[in-house]
Write a protein that binds this ligand. Structure first.
Ligand SMILES: NC(=O)c1ccc[n+]([C@@H]2O[C@H](COP(=O)([O-])OP(=O)(O)OC[C@H]3O[C@@H](n4cnc5c(N)ncnc54)[C@H](OP(=O)(O)O)[C@@H]3O)[C@@H](O)[C@H]2O)c1
Length: 248
């Protein structure tokens, strides 16, 4: 692939977990992967690991909660590549508290926990996305992926027969519900462009965030990778897990 035609992907929170594995799998497809991380040390170490595997990987400083880094990352990608093909909004936090082994309920979750969670998972993720949309419009096949969660599905949460009915983590869940809403609205705004915007549920993946995870990282990254590489006639504005549509 000529350097000019090479696709460029930016993955936030790519120093570990699903983000790191997503970068690896996109890199294995010949895509240049920019590993966004808020720690230069951890981000460089992660990029070095992928480079050692023969992949075209670079660290880029990106703290979702620091808009100055959105700006510096956007400027540097614009200067080096003139476009961005893929943005995977992967970084996220889960800081809901537990009591007696179960998440604290909706009536007890503090507004501080709600605010902090929404800042990273929703408001600052949106700000970052908005910063990059003009650069993604310069790609001939832009793809934007939001790492949501099945736990963001109101349909599943309100169905007593759904597997998540009895697992409610208010701040985290609702931040992902809000993110889903943003994905639908952005997909609508961009529907007449080549850009596809979708929300991913990776599955319950074994990571630092999810000690109760059931599937390995390799499988957990697959949904993000498939949405990041959808064909030109692929869908937009959907909520997807491994190719299957989930209810909002
Ligand atoms: N694991 C699951 O079962 C599961 C299920 C559904 C959805 N998800 C979603 O998938 C995404 C990845 O989750 P994961 O399980 O891989 O989590 P993880 O292992 O905890 O990794 C989270 C990543 O996000 C980064 N991050 C957090 N806040 C950041 C910020 N302000 N700026 C930049 N990076 C930041 C972390 O960086 P540091 O190392 O610097 O902290 C880390 O790289 C999240 O959005 C999560 O909500 C996960």
């Amino acid at each position: 692939m000529s350097e000019q035609n090479q696709k460029i992907a930016l993955i936030t929170g790519a120093n570990r977990g699903i983000g790191f594995e997503t970068a690896r799998q996109l890199g294995q497809l010949g895509i240049k992967v920019l590993l966004g991380a808020r720690s230069a040390e951890k981000g460089t170490e992660a990029a070095d690991k992928l480079k050692a595997e023969g992949l075209d990987a670079e660290f880029i400083l990106l703290d979702v909660d620091d808009e100055k880094t959105h700006e510096s990352a956007e400027k540097s990608i614009e200067a080096k590549f003139g476009k961005l093909d893929i943005l995977v909004n992967n970084a996220g936090i889960y800081i809901d508290e537990n009591e007696n082994g179960a998440p604290v309920g909706a009536s007890q979750t503090s507004s501080e926990i709600f605010r902090k969670t929404f800042d990273t998972n929703f408001f600052n993720t949106i700000a970052l996305t908005q910063k990059f949309v003009p650069l993604i419009k310069k790609s001939d096949a832009g793809r934007i992926v939001f790492l949501s969660s099945g736990l963001g599905s109101l349909n599943l949460h309100s169905d007593p027969n759904s597997p998540i009915y009895n697992w409610k983590v208010p701040a985290y869940d609702i931040s992902k519900t809000a993110l889903n809403g943003y994905a639908v609205h952005l997909a609508y705004e961009l529907k007449d462009t080549p850009i596809k915007v979708n929300a991913a549920h990776p599955g319950s993946v074994v990571t630092d965030m999810n000690a109760r995870g059931e599937i390995p990282l390799e499988e957990g990254a697959k949904t993000s990778v498939s949405l990041a590489t959808l064909p030109d006639d692929g869908y937009t504005g959907k909520f997807i897990h491994l190719g299957a549509e989930l209810p909002w």
